[in-house]
Design a protein around this ligand. Structure first.
Ligand code: ADP
Ligand code: IPE
Length: 264
């Protein structure tokens, strides 16, 4: 199937933005409501939109309870599959219903049903489903989650990796990561007050200090930046912006050079 004709924007809503990462199973409803209305404006401007969201305080605590990390082999009970998926479906339901309330035809897509991995890496993604939905003006909403893996049994696929593969597969124009800081800094801005924001970050030239991601089973900001490689290489404009500040996501989608652009 051909890639959708209109301009495409893939948006990854970080778990740090839509949930309170330190409080298990807590959605930031006000933030989600505001972001839904910004996404509505992006979509109404004639772009096709795909949303991917992270696990935040839903997926991460459950995945770490079962010792599941990216690429880790399965030694956990089958209950892990059920519990991680159930937690993520609950969060997905919240995201989808906020988008519908804001007037958008959003449809939750269960990641386990549209993606598969091998050795901890995505090896199959049902792109035709995304293509058909966006060609109907629908907004598919997927999420980082547990997927079946032909060598490991199952593994955690981050929303960042999923968003990158969707953006590449559908030839999106932009891929925007909304997170809880302004972008990529010279060091973790939460622990280094002297850290400076980088308007551009080169994957091949810049070496950045990243803070640890102790309660994050998918590796935090470092992993997010490194995962963008295939999209940058494919010519997708990739940006990491602050989703906690009003209108930043919307303005970034409309071309304002906010946050950090990731380049080769
Ligand atoms: P999300 O949940 O939005 O996907 P993460 O929590 O995984 O995002 O990563 C965002 C966090 O990464 C920020 O809250 C920040 O404290 C941390 N971080 C660590 N190192 C850096 C850095 N060099 N630049 C920006 N943020 C960093
Ligand atoms: C993690 O996805 C999914 C699970 C832990 C089940 P992400 O890695 O995209 O989540 P956030 O954005 O960091 O919360």
């Amino acid at each position: 199937m051909a890639a959708p004709a209109k301009t495409g924007v893939v948006i990854k809503l970080g778990g740090s933005v839509i949930t309170e990462k330190a409080k298990p199973f807590t959605v930031r409803k006000g933030v989600l409501e505001r972001l839904s209305s910004e996404i509505g404006e992006i979509w109404q401007a004639g772009n096709w939109v795909v949303i991917v969201h992270g696990g935040g305080s839903f997926g991460h605590p459950v995945a770490s309870r079962y010792s599941l990390h990216v690429g880790k082999s399965s030694g956990s009970p089958p209950m892990a599959i059920s519990m991680v998926e159930d937690a993520m479906r609950e969060l997905n339901r919240e995201v989808v219903s906020h988008l519908i309330k804001a007037g958008m035809p959003a449809v939750g897509l269960q990641t386990l049903g549209v993606a598969h991995a091998s050795g901890g890496r995505l090896d199959w993604l049902n792109l035709p489903v995304y293509e058909s939905l966006v060609s109907f003006g629908v907004i598919p909403v997927s999420y980082g989650s547990l997927v079946m893996d032909s060598s490991l049994g199952y593994c955690i696929l981050s929303g960042d990796d999923l968003a990158v593969q969707i953006a590449v597969g559908l030839s999106a124009k932009k891929l925007i990561f909304a997170t809880d800081v302004e972008g990529v800094y010279s060091a973790d801005p939460k622990s280094e007050s002297a850290a400076v924001l980088l308007p551009r970050m080169s994957l091949s030239r810049d070496s950045i200090a990243f803070g640890s991601a102790s309660n994050d089973v998918t590796g935090g900001m470092k992993k997010k930046v490194l995962s963008t490689g295939p999209a940058v290489q494919a010519g997708v404009e990739v940006r990491i912006v602050n989703g906690m500040r009003e209108d930043v996501l919307k303005q970034a989608a409309f071309g304002k050079p906010l946050g950090t652009e990731i380049v080769l």
